[in-house]
Design a protein around this ligand. Sequence first.
Ligand code: RI2
Length: 357
Amino acid sequence: MKRIEELVRSFQEQELLLPIWFEDEKLHFIDQKKLPFESYIHSTTDVNDLALAIKNMTIRGSGAIGTCGAWGIYLAALQSKGDLAYVLKAGRLLKQTRPTAVNLMKTVDEMLSVATGSGEELIERIEQKTVEILERQLAFEHELGRNGAEMIEDGDAILTHCHSGALAGSGYGGRALSVIRKAHEQGKSIHVYTCETRPYLQGARITAYELKKFGIPHTLITDNMSGYLMSRGKVQKVVVGSDRVAGNGDLANKVGTYMHALAAKANGVPFYTATSSHTIDHDVEAGREIEVEFRDPSEVTSFQNRPIAPEGTNALYPSFDITPNELIAGIITEKGVMTAPYTSTLQNLRATVASRV
Ligand code: RI2
């Protein structure tokens, strides 16, 4: 049986940017709110700390919080010395942290499907499942990247929104950046426009940080510049991540995605989402049924704790929006690129895949 420590060591030997890892009997994770100005690493043995870190976006990105479903249950099993009731309670806590990204809920359920027995026996079952999920997720990023890179042509400028990269996933490139990183590794000459992504600035802070690290040429723009660039023929593809895809192909992703998709359609630019078959939620028929998380409006009226509007200004912060399927040229998955009509292509995909993070 492969142990967690062995797996983490093998990950550390690869060229990965790990968001979360386990070492010296503690879970460690990078503080994504402080990047790129500070590389702060939190360490804990308490699943409650992990749940709080997901809720306050210290750890974020649907792939990374998906793997937290595995890490959190593993931590709870260790912390409680194999107390099943505690592990089940931890599962409920983790699932309540963020409502839109579906991978976290699905991964917690997958972990709990092996949670039987108690003590060492329970811990061992959970450790095995954790290893399985983490290995699978890293392999997924390479498969997804290879499929998506086929959509990218030499000379393309690619627009992306938010941060759908290594630290939002398992360390290679997450979703959108796995596609971009793979195309770059294949020797294609590409340029990336990364939208800053108000109000959290994931694009400016984290996507630009990763693109720089991977040596991929890029330009930072504010979110409202994408229409201008597309209308001037400066963008050949749009590739974004995905928090949840409905059964009909409608996409929930970081707020602002929808307006990029509209501009892409109006200018004949193909718009893709890079996702996992696990992120397709067949329990949800269409995007309007997806719960959109609303965050604290103070995150809009201030920037890094400094006010940017008069005191008392009303603000609103829907964290995600829904892009209707007719604006999507393709849904890139680890099993290939799905195209319209999505209701049937996604159903066929469902029939052929095992679940993934
Ligand atoms: P992957 C983010 O949300 C954005 O919606 C972004 O597109 C996505 O997660 C990246 O996750 P948040 O967690 O699609 O920053 O790459 O609110 O998994």
